[in-house]
Design a protein around this ligand. Structure first.
Ligand code: PAF
Length: 278
């Protein structure tokens, strides 16, 4: 496995691999089984698999969150080597941003709901860094996890609007045995709050059941708010019931259309997100 921290060297190596298909898994490190699953899928579908590890400062609206984001490069490289990854691109912030980008990407409606509303500027930062990474790696396929459902919508928009010749491959969320969605942030959950963490997934399971029983989205949201109020270790940021295709909140549930339940909540100072599509 080759490890690069330099843009030109990464591009030169990948250019020298004439005709080989490239699968790309962009990450911010602190890798877990969810990332391993993306890498495995990429390996199965491409001649070469490249993974980037870069904690992108421009997508953090909260400086404390950026400071506390886990950084475990050595461990990450071990996991990737074992998984069979070919190339790791792990640049410094100076390498990626010799000058802070002036370009702004506005994802329209997606900017103002859920993650966009609670993390102003987040998707601009994601859009810029993923575009840069796409231009550096020039992959045929890019692999993203379904856990970040709104990020998937943003990347889809980016690929379509900027005509990137890249196939977006979305992979299902990998969970711990107790249902907690795997996330790099989970390692920041302390022992006293960790047993509560599966309640986030439970709130999605309960929401689905309530909808299927005929409750309106309005009622379901109220009941879920009560659920979080009776579990005060959580600070609920949002719980949305949305159309899966558009991510627009729905006021009426239609069994024939795919629905997404999407949640963000803080537990012990750690921000966690999850979703369920059915
Ligand atoms: O999902 C992530 O880890 C990040 O948002 C990404 C796509 C690597 C961009 O920094």
């Amino acid at each position: 496995m080759l490890i690069f921290d330099n843009i030109i060297e990464t591009q030169n190596f990948l250019k020298s691999q004439h005709g080989k298909s490239i699968g790309f898994v962009p990450t911010m490190g602190a890798l877990h089984e969810g990332h391993r699953a993306l890498v495995k899928k990429s390996i199965a579908e491409n001649d070469l698999t490249a993974v980037s590890i870069f904690v992108n400062p421009t997508q953090f609206n909260n400086p404390d969150d950026l400071k506390k984001y886990p950084r475990t490069l050595e461990e990450d490289c071990k996991l990737l080597e074992e998984a069979g990854c070919d190339v790791v691109f792990a640049p410094s912030a100076e390498e990626m941003y010799p000058n802070l980008p002036q370009l702004k990407i506005d994802f329209g409606f997606l900017e103002n709901i859920m993650e966009g509303e609670f993390r102003p500027g987040h998707f601009n930062g994601v859009g810029i860094v993923v575009s840069k990474l796409f231009n550096i790696i020039k992959p045929n396929r890019a692999y993203f996890g379904q856990k970040d459902i709104q990020q998937v919508a943003v990347i889809n928009r980016l690929i379509n609007d900027l005509s990137f010749d890249i196939k977006l491959v979305v992979c299902e969320t990998i969970r711990e045995k107790d249902g907690l969605a795997m996330s790099s942030r989970n390692r920041r959950l302390t022992e006293d709050v960790r047993p509560s963490a599966p309640k986030i997934f439970q709130s999605l399971v309960i929401g689905k059941k309530l909808l299927l029983e005929g409750n309106s989205p309005f009622i379901v949201k109220n009941k879920i708010e009560d659920f979080y109020n009776s579990n005060p270790e959580f600070k609920l940021e949002y719980y949305e019931i949305a159309d899966f295709e558009t991510l627009e909140p729905i006021t009426e549930f239609d069994k024939k259309r795919k629905t997404a339940l999407i949640v963000a909540a803080h537990l012990g100072g750690v921000r966690l997100i999850d979703n369920k599509v059915f």
